[in-house]
Write a protein of this length. Structure first.
Ligand code: C2O
Ligand code: CU
Length: 662
């Protein structure tokens, strides 16, 4: 990744140098003058920078064309143009000794060439940092200043050059600053998001059909997401009957103390964070009443990782309106798959999850014995006050102790509620990784200890038998020591295990589809980071195929389609991509097929420079978010939707509505 950032920093440095070269190279000077030294030096720097970026581009070829291509396509022409200009017009000429200087007739051509070459480099740098559109605007502005100066000079017939040179310089500077400011304001205004937009009301141009047919997308009178409740026409919720598990979650503001004594004004469900742990049995109907008692903000509940019917997905502005203060909403869904899940608000989620509106949802297997003395615990890792804040398990930032008798079975359900991946380490007992994102690992091997990188939003279940010594769980800061007598004792497992690779763990088993399947739709999502403006504010924009929410084309599928998605992460950051309503089978990483247990993910951490190919069956009609679960990234644009042909949403998103799902 250092290559990636070296290139970005070089591009950033090229901007001021390009402006300096342009300034000194094409400003009003004595027409007989040779190119100024500053302009030549700046030019050399630009050439050096472009050459460095060319090397970076070539090095990135090792990662694949997706990574190197855009750089080479932009940088090579810039290098060629700049080098040509230097060789033809700027190289110091060899003057025969003793001759008087002659009036330099080549100057107009030189000025034009310098401006052009610098413009190319400038645009190249901006294009990679901020995107092609911004580069065109910025390029026009930069080239506009010398053009204006030239027109001005023409009008004044150059007579006043000597006299008014200084004033003209100041005027030129003013024009330049004004233009840059105008471009910034223009880009900022252009980035303001629509006050109201619908995820399904867009033109056909805003969809990506992945090579399949678009038929059905346009036909009106389709089905609304609100009808996708999983309830059949006889009124039987989610088909069939049986026990119903009822819960109430009340969103409210609560002041809590961390174990360090630090008070936090949290937003909680039922006065606690994590909120109440909801434990249900596979097959049961879950009915949760959400009541909003928050001060002046809406709220929803999203069942992260549970493939609920679309109307129950809890995304403000897509599957429901945010629940207003004082109001309530009832969620009903059948817990069809056992596993570890979590729930959280999906209204202003980057703020509300951070502030505490989340909890664990555990679905016990239908065949689990009703009397089982396994110690079954969830450990939700959460960082208070931003990514650099205080990391906790529960509300404890320190090390907690738990007495557990030797011989007892323990199942730890690890949940990362943050956006950045967190390293969990368990030492002191042979351990197995029993499940990932709620899906069982097939034949998980016993490891002497384990170290796992749990991506944002993801879950890993660990199982072990309590030995007669302590077992230590560490979560990048906070930790828990389990010991037979409640004391810490010496930690016998101090050797740090290697990081588990879920692509190679467990053993293969049959899957309903795989690498060799015929896919009905294939999508590629390129993840980039760009400098620019998002919703009027200067920010790092996290783009999907160069677009940001809500402009990222919806991935369109038809019910029953087998869909392949390739995530290409061209940034230097982790992006835990979360697809609602479906589980994705991971096919390959960086071109290498997975070789362990089938790996089903609902939140897949795509690391810097990584490419993942995944597949899923489109078997849950609706409009589903697919977004980065680093929720700050999502709030900077990294959100798109998966839409089923014929499904529409009556809900609206934007500043003019109550819905801000990001
Ligand atoms: Cu856990 Cu769309 O979220
Ligand atoms: Cu991200």
């Amino acid at each position: 990744m250092w290559v990636h950032y070296t290139d970005m920093v070089t591009a950033l440095l090229q901007l001021p140098v390009a402006v300096a070269a342009w300034w000194t190279g094409c400003g009003p000077q004595d027409p007989a003058a040779r190119p100024s030294r500053t302009s030549v030096v700046a030019f050399m720097l630009l050439l050096g920078g472009a050459a460095l970026r060319l090397v970076a581009g070539v090095l990135l070829l090792a990662w694949g064309w997706e990574f190197a291509g855009p750089r080479l396509v932009f940088v090579v022409p810039a290098l060629v143009v700049a080098a040509t200009v230097y060789l033809v017009w700027l190289r110091p000429a060899r003057k025969p000794p003793g001759e008087a200087p002659v009036r330099d007739r080549g100057r107009p051509a030189r000025v034009a060439a310098v401006a052009g070459a610098v413009g190319v480099v400038f645009v190249t740098a901006v294009a990679l940092l901020a995107g092609a559109g911004t580069a065109v605007v910025a390029g026009l502005a930069v080239l506009g200043v010398p053009a204006l100066g030239w027109v001005y000079r023409r009008l004044r017939h150059d007579q006043a050059d000597a006299r008014a040179g200084r004033w003209r310089g100041a005027a030129r500077a003013a024009v330049g600053v004004a233009l840059v400011a105008a471009v910034a304001v223009g880009l900022s205004v252009a980035s303001v998001l629509p006050a109201r937009s619908s995820m399904t009301g867009g033109a056909l141009g805003a969809v990506d059909t992945g090579g399949g047919s678009a038929a059905g997308h346009q036909h009106h009178g389709g089905i609304s997401v609100t009808d996708l409740t999983g309830t059949d026409p006889t009124g039987t919720a989610n088909g069939g009957d049986g026990p119903v598990r009822r819960f109430t979650l009340t969103a409210q503001e609560t002041t809590l103390l961390l174990d360090s004594g630090m008070p936090v004004t949290a937003w909680t469900f039922n006065g606690d964070t994590p909120g109440p742990q909801l434990v249900v049995r596979q097959g049961e109907l879950v009915e949760v009443t959400l009541v909003n008692r928050l001060p002046g903000v809406g709220v929803t509940v999203h069942w992260h990782g549970v493939d609920v019917p679309n109307a129950m997905d809890g995304v403000a502005g897509v599957t429901q309106d945010a629940v207003a203060p004082g109001a309530s909403f009832v969620y009903r869904f059948r817990a069809l798959r056992a596993g570890t899940y979590w729930y959280h608000s999906h209204e202003m989620s980057s703020v509300q999850v951070r502030r505490g509106l989340f909890g664990a949802l555990v679905v016990m297997p239908g065949d689990a014995p009703s009397h089982d003395d396994t110690l079954d615990e969830t450990a939700l890792r959460h960082t208070w006050g931003g990514e650099d804040g205080v990391a906790t398990l529960g509300l404890a930032s320190g090390v907690q102790r738990r007495p557990v008798p030797a011989g007892r079975q323990v199942r730890l359900r690890l949940v990362n509620t943050d956006g950045d991946p967190a390293t969990f380490t368990l030492t002191g007992a042979p351990v197995r990784v029993a499940a990932i994102d709620g899906a069982d690992v097939h034949e998980p091997g016993v490891l002497p200890g384990v170290r796992i990188l749990v991506g944002g939003g993801s879950r890993y279940d660990l199982v072990f038998t309590m030995p007669d010594g302590p077992v230590t769980l560490r979560a990048d800061g906070p930790g828990i020591v389990y010991s037979p007598h409640g004391d810490a004792g010496p930690d016998r497992g101090t050797a740090v295990p290697a990081v588990l690779d879920p692509a190679r763990y467990g053993s293969p088993a049959g899957t309903p589809f795989g690498t060799g399947s015929r896919f009905d739709r294939r999508f590629t999502l390129r993840l980039d980071e760009r400098l620019g403006f998002y919703d009027g504010r200067p920010s790092v924009r996290y783009t999907l195929n160069d677009a940001t929410f809500p402009d990222v084309p919806m991935l369109m599928v038809s019910e029953g389609d087998l869909v392949e998605v390739t995530y290409v992460n061209r940034t230097g950051q982790h992006h835990p991509m979360h697809l609602h309503g479906h589980h994705m089978l991971v096919l390959s990483r960086d071109g290498r097929a997975t070789s362990g247990s089938p790996w089903w993910a609902d939140t897949l951490d795509v690391g810097p420079g990584e490419t993942y190919r995944v597949a899923f069956r489109a078997d849950n009609p609706g409009v589903w978010m697919d977004h980065c679960h680093n929720l700050e990234h999502a709030a900077s644009g990294m959100i798109l939707h998966l839409g089923y042909a014929g499904v529409t949403s009556p809900f609206l998103i934007g500043s003019g509505t109550v819905n801000h799902p990001e």
